[in-house]
Design a protein around this ligand. Structure first.
Ligand SMILES: Cc1ncc(COP(=O)(O)O)c(C=O)c1O
Length: 418
């Protein structure tokens, strides 16, 4: 530049970048906005929402958590506010091992890894097991949050239909013969189907997975929410078999159990866990460290104390509250939807009814009208299918509405659909 000539700054439009071209494949593969949309719809004012799988806010143990938080900060602030270990705080793992044992799933605290919610547990397991294009066995329908994790690996889905007792055995066998990396299943009060695997069916599935050497990822998100009778898990069946055979879970287990306290304490805690045999557990700990070092220490200590002080009295109250709502929902379906219903599950625990209606009705297409004109929201069935969606189904979550609102809401769904 010649001396004395003023430097000219050209003002042009700020340069932009095309982000989409830079993103990796995972960003493109995880492209299903369904969960976000559901959460958005659920929070709109005036809508009776059967959409999000939330606990009722009036059933959250707010006072107890506030008191325990104060106590933890008074007694253990330095530990709570410091870095921790990836496998999670020992006190919490010990509490969870105690609960697991009481529920027939004997495993020591050393078999447990704390995760940031059940969702991270599934994600870490997917990271451990899956390569692109691997075969995995899943139920039809299947928990949408798990499908979204798995789909990032472009898996070959082997889908298994269920009847009232759980996955149909001939279909389980067909799937297992194709050597899937694992079989993922929500065995109790399934999200979305509401179905629970019977004890007899659980025994057959565990035997079959042993015979074909296929691990099971058993998601027990709703397990503690039984209405009257405790549910026997696949892990419990395996525990019994190992005991008879003189085996130990850490070496010989094949069922990996995923738990969460989101539905039975509070989802905002983000506390989940994995019970796994040693080699799997070691892999989970490594990946957990890489992902987020560890889950929040403060929440882990608060949660451990909550379990010690309150789970025995708190959970029976939750079970009864959700049982009453489930009865109200089933009654309302009979009353308002009647002959249009082809099938409706009668769950013995959990949050969900799965309703199949006249085959001519596309519940996805009807949703926006139901919300706009009738002020009611549900989740259409289609996103819960890994492939070939069934369009005439819906998931109705009754956990977050009063019995009166449940009746009114089902009446609105009926008016919107039929
Ligand atoms: C079957 C199932 N597994 C896992 C999760 C995720 O649980 P969390 O909120 O603890 O991440 C959910 C949440 O709805 C669920 O329904």
């Amino acid at each position: 530049m010649a001396a004395g000539v003023a430097h000219q700054i050209e003002i042009s439009e700020a340069p932009t970048t095309v982000w989409g071209e830079r993103f990796g494949e995972k960003r493109r593969l995880v492209d299903d906005p369904s969960i976000r949309e559901i959460l958005g719809v659920a929070s709109k004012k005036g809508i009776l929402s059967f959409a999000g799988g939330f606990p009722d806010p009036s059933l959250l143990p707010l006072e107890q958590l506030a008191q325990i938080s104060r106590d933890v900060m008074n007694s253990s602030a330095c530990v709570a506010a410091q870095y921790g270990v990836p496998e999670g705080a020992c006190v919490l793992r010990e509490e969870l091992a105690r609960l697991a044992a009481a529920d027939g799933r004997s495993c020591g605290a050393d078999s447990i890894v704390i995760t940031t919610g059940g969702q991270q547990a599934i994600d870490l397991l997917a990271q451990i097991f899956l390569n692109q294009g691997d075969a995995i066995a899943v139920t039809r329908p299947c928990y949408l949050g798990a499908l979204q994790i798995f789909s990032a690996y472009k898996p070959r889905y082997l889908e298994i239909e269920s009847d009232d007792e759980g996955p149909i055995l001939s279909q389980v066998e067909t799937a297992l013969r194709q050597h899937p990396k694992f079989f993922y299943i929500v065995s109790a009060f399934d999200n979305p189907s509401g179905i629970s695997v019977s004890k007899a069916r659980a025994i057959s599935i565990v035997e079959m997975c042993e015979r074909f050497d296929v691990p099971i990822i058993e998601d027990g998100a709703y397990k503690e929410l039984y209405y009257s009778k405790r549910h026997v898990s696949l892990r419990e069946v395996e525990s019994e078999r190992l005991r008879h055979a003189g085996g130990v879970y850490s070496n010989s287990g094949r069922v990996i159990f995923v738990g969460t306290l989101s539905k039975v304490v509070a989802p905002g805690l983000r506390i989940g866990w994995i019970e796994a045999p040693t080699e799997v557990r070691e892999g989970v700990v490594l990946l957990k460290q890489v992902t987020d070092l560890h889950s929040s220490n403060i929440t882990q200590l608060v949660t451990a104390e909550f379990l010690k002080r309150h789970s025995e009295t708190f959970w029976p109250m939750l079970r009864e509250s959700y049982r009453v709502r489930c009865q109200a929902a089933l009654h309302a379906v009979k009353k308002h939807m009647g002959a249009h219903v082809i099938h409706c599950t009668e769950p013995s625990g959990g949050f969900y009814l799965w309703i199949e209606v006249d085959s001519s009705i596309d519940t996805s297409a009807m949703l926006s009208r139901a919300v706009r004109e009738h002020g009611v929201a549900y989740v259409p069935g289609a996103p819960f299918f890994a492939t070939s969606p069934r369009r005439n189904a819906m998931r109705v979550c009754f956990s977050n509405l009063s019995t009166d609102s449940i009746d009114e809401g089902i009446a609105r769904i009926s008016r919107a659909l039929f």
